[in-house]
Design a protein around this ligand. Structure first.
Ligand SMILES: Nc1ncnc2c1ncn2[C@@H]1O[C@H](COP(=O)(O)OP(=O)(O)O)[C@@H](O)[C@H]1O
Ligand SMILES: O=P(O)(O)OC[C@H](O)CO
Length: 494
């Protein structure tokens, strides 16, 4: 039996998922690692934790399954995006902790660049906004802050990478300094139309191009692991940022197809084909995947709080014991109350991009209690998705497929998915395969290795677990959504 090993290096944990020759999950290992919050709004990871959990989870699935490196046809890597590492080329050691995508320390740098009038060139070149979310200003901060770093970077002694790039450097024993087009597209330094690092933006950020990785397709030869790591050499053949890997895993290969992943946050991607669509509604333009040198573009909407609202019910309010109880509790809510939660716990992402506003609860009565709070939390995820849905459909002039494919931990909630369909007024499809992100990375590697089907063959394997269809009449749906919009305006105004 031939296997493909997928590495999913996420924000809170690292997972290794072994897929068999039929693209079924054969073994999984997962390890969490510490989050570091050295200042308000700062989030860091120790790169050594990311590396050690990658090694140990991969070794664990191999030993659990009793297989060796020679049984693995290829490795596919998918990763938390935008998170930034700068390391010393000669030692392989990072010169600063990884600055995580959630980290807001570069807000001021972004503001200065905006004031200097750089926003338009950034949008036109990278498809992104001048927001601390992306890697560019994080690299700049490290080069500005760590003594001597900029001149060492110019001399080619320091390297920059997103997490995929850092892991590949380590896995290949420093042989390969590479990334893929989807990760490059999140750095704020990559020209998504010409497929090259942007001279203008690198100069704007004062980031020497000598430190940037080579950008490859998502299915490519990224290098080979040194024998010591897994007792034999394994080729790395697939790489994609985690939201793009989920888009691939959901086989959203046709323009107009859309997926939404509900983890801690929610990230929706709409395939726009071979044309990058510049949003008029504050969505991001990004690369969904790149195969055979041809990028396929997407519009992306990023919401920072989705499953995290359920975590708040559990850990903040203590009204549920585990996430799966949220739907049961929401079902008991008084249907005559219209309690609305705007979960702007860390500001609002797309389409509002309001980093400084905070959450609010509206419509409380003396009878409002845990059930109404649970319902409001789950509905808030549906309303936020509707915001993205509206914005993307307004931007996208092609035929938008009216079905949304969902995945991620929170998509397990039937209550939340029904509410989503009611709020969108559209069908919501949940696949049988829960591991869409890892599958996306595995398919890229397996297809490159010649052991998995081609794009069409892979798309044909997508199987429906359950389709949710709207059960709410249009009048009530629109009334409820209008209330949500007013509530959002209220929190922005406070
Ligand atoms: N049955 C459920 N109902 C509602 N929310 C859920 C359910 N199961 C998991 N979640 C939420 O999904 C999130 C975990 O999803 P996951 O895809 O593992 O996220 P991440 O990769 O961001 O850690 C948690 O925030 C949790 O609250
Ligand atoms: O690690 P996740 O699943 O929270 O995903 C993080 C995203 O890639 C951030 O853009």
């Amino acid at each position: 039996m031939t296997y493909i090993l997928a590495i999913d290096q996420g924000t809170t944990s690292t997972r290794a998922i072994l897929f068999d020759g039929d693209m079924q999950v054969a073994a999984v290992a997962q390890e969490e690692f510490p989050q570091h919050y050295p200042n308000a709004g700062w989030v860091e990871h120790d790169p050594e934790d990311l590396w050690s959990t990658t090694l140990s989870t991969c070794r664990k699935v191999l030993s659990d399954k009793g297989i060796s490196a020679s049984d693995i046809a290829g490795i596919g890597i998918t990763n938390q995006r935008e998170t930034t590492v700068v390391w010393d080329k000669s030692t392989g050691r990072a010169i600063h902790n990884a600055i995580v995508w959630q980290d807001r320390r570069t807000a001021e740098i972004c503001e200065v660049l905006r004031d200097e009038g750089h926003e338009d060139v950034v949008r036109d070149t990278t498809g992104l906004l001048l927001d601390p979310y992306f890697s560019g200003t994080k690299v700049k901060w490290i080069l500005d802050t760590v003594e001597g770093a900029r001149s060492r970077a110019k001399a080619g002694e320091l390297l920059f990478g997103t997490i995929d790039s850092f892991l590949i450097w380590r896995l290949t024993g420093g042989q390969a300094h590479v990334t893929d087009a989807t990760n490059a597209a999140r750095t704020l330094m990559y020209d998504i139309k010409s497929g090259a690092w942007s001279n203008e933006i690198c100069a704007m950020l004062d980031v020497p191009q000598a430190m940037l990785p080579e950008v490859l397709d998502c299915a490519a030869d990224f290098g080979t692991t040194v024998e010591d790591h897994f007792g034999g050499a394994i080729p790395i053949l697939g790489v994609a940022g985690d939201q793009q890997a989920a888009t691939v895993g959901q086989t959203c290969f046709q323009p107009g197809m859309m997926k939404s992943t509900y983890g801690t946050g929610c990230f929706a991607l709409l395939n726009t084909g071979d044309t990058p669509v510049l949003s008029k509604n504050r969505m991001l333009t990004t690369i969904a995947y790149q195969l055979d040198g041809k990028p396929t573009y997407a519009l992306e909407g990023s919401i920072f709080i989705a499953g995290a609202a359920v975590q708040w019910l559990r850990d903040g309010l203590g009204i549920i014991g585990k996430a799966s109880e949220s739907g049961v509790l929401a079902d008991r809510a008084d249907p005559t109350q219209d309690v609305i939660l705007v979960p702007a716990f860390t500001g609002l992402g797309a389409p509002y991009w309001e980093p400084d506003c905070r959450g609010g609860m509206f419509g409380l009565t003396r009878n409002s209690g845990p059930a109404e709070f649970a319902r409001a939390a789950l509905q808030s995820v549906a309303y936020q998705t509707r915001d993205l849905w509206e914005a993307m459909r307004a931007d996208w002039e092609g035929d938008a497929n009216v079905t949304l494919r969902v995945d991620g931990g929170m998509s397990a909630s039937d209550w939340a998915m029904q509410s989503l369909s009611d709020t969108l007024g559209a069908a919501v499809d949940r696949p049988v395969m829960q591991e869409t992100t890892a599958l996306g990375a595995a398919w890229l590697a397996g297809m490159k290795a010649g052991v998995y089907p081609d794009q069409n063959g892979f798309a044909a394997t997508w199987a429906l677990d359950r389709e949710f269809t709207p059960m709410l009449d249009a009048g009530r749906r629109e009334e409820a959504y209008a209330r949500w919009k007013r509530a959002v305006q209220a929190v922005i105004g406070v």
